[in-house]
Design a protein around this ligand. Sequence first.
Ligand code: ADP
Length: 453
Amino acid sequence: MPGNLRFDELVQKVADGNIDTVLVCMADMQGRLMGKRFHAQNFIDTSYKETHCCNYLLATDLEMATPDGYDSTSWEKGYGDYMMKPDLDTIRVLPWLDGTAMVLCDVLDHDEQPIPHSPRAILKKQIHRLKAMGFDAMMATELEFFLFEKSLDDIRKSGFTNLEPISGYNEDYHIFQTTKEEGIMRPIRNHLYNAGIPIENSKGEAEAGQEELNIRYAEAMLCADHHTIAKHAIKEIAWQQGHAATFLPKWDHNRVGSSSHVHQSLWVNGEPVFYDKNDPLGMSDVMRHYMAGLIKYAADYTCFLAPYVNSYKRFAKGTFAPTKAIWSVDNRTAAFRLCGAHGKGIRVECRTGGSDLNPYLALAAQLAAGMKGLEDKLELAPPTRGDLYEIDSKQEIPRTLRAATEALRNSTMLKEAMGDDVIKHYTRAAEWEQEEFDRVVTDWEIARGFERS
Ligand code: ADP
């Protein structure tokens, strides 16, 4: 069971007075939880069947704007409703909120058909395609983020200036510094674990105030659900403790950014099929074809790994964020890093994704690329060695949202896998982000030119 509570157990907890609130949530285009807080009695009496939300929730941006250019909804069409259908297998108690449970929803139209551009529907479709080919995907997403001394509300009120990370030095793997952060990190690990999310560990990351949370790999949909709930919990628990957690990939150009690396392997009947004991590296043909697909189509799906203007500031030499879509064996300068060579735990880690990715979209797009590699039996080039920042390769990861948007717009592979309408929808989302950025005068321009231009 993906959650940690059956519906009848929820009913009992409501009767016992242990649960009084149920968060009924969907994942939006940005990977955020959106929805309503139900009185638990209403949820178990009626709303467990369905509730509704305005359909702009899947045609908006981080600011909740109403951009034009979407076919699915508009002012013209009157911004009607979608049905939010609770997936009762995902009910879980949220130990960090008093008396509160949560359920995730699928987003449906009035005929109870999935909304094609709903992130959960997009991932479901790719999982079904993969199943039809005989495979299951096991995936894990790492969550990197920064913790700050002040609270989100204080930081916002002071105009996001004078940002002070919670620690004073690079805390990569540091036990002492991360002990100082246990007031936030320990409840994050324990509350999430008790909410049914198999936390492996947290660790200090390679910048002042940067932490990483690792969750045990799981079937693709579970992995995306875990990521979404964990990201939400990290922000919420840090806020409860009077601090801020941010998943903005690059909040300071002089510092390392935050990623969300994606580990992936294919399985058949509960056994990993990326492993071949007769291969020098332990890679099966299935793995080689899958990785060749991931690499060939890396530009096509970059928008799903780096959805905002800021996301592209991460891709910089010498920062552990990749710049080339090539692979290597256990090498952190490659976009595709072979992990666990020579053993059954062999997997590919895609290092392109930023901490701001929407996991449903990121996993779906990578599965689509990998499947195309399998279908076309694509050949994997030999691994590259050394410092890949310095390698002369044409396989560049798009360096701007503009370039990634063009690659998405023209991706026949993604249109075939996800549908023309879905790619058009997300191309519009990416265009809108760029349009919003382009019309704003930044602090950098003013400081540079105010006196001297
Ligand atoms: P590293 O320290 O190199 O990043 P870890 O051992 O911490 O690697 O593993 C990173 C992630 O990979 C973890 O979330 C783990 O659950 C996941 N993982 C391990 N084995 C597999 C596998 N076979 N398929 C997919 N993910 C896996």
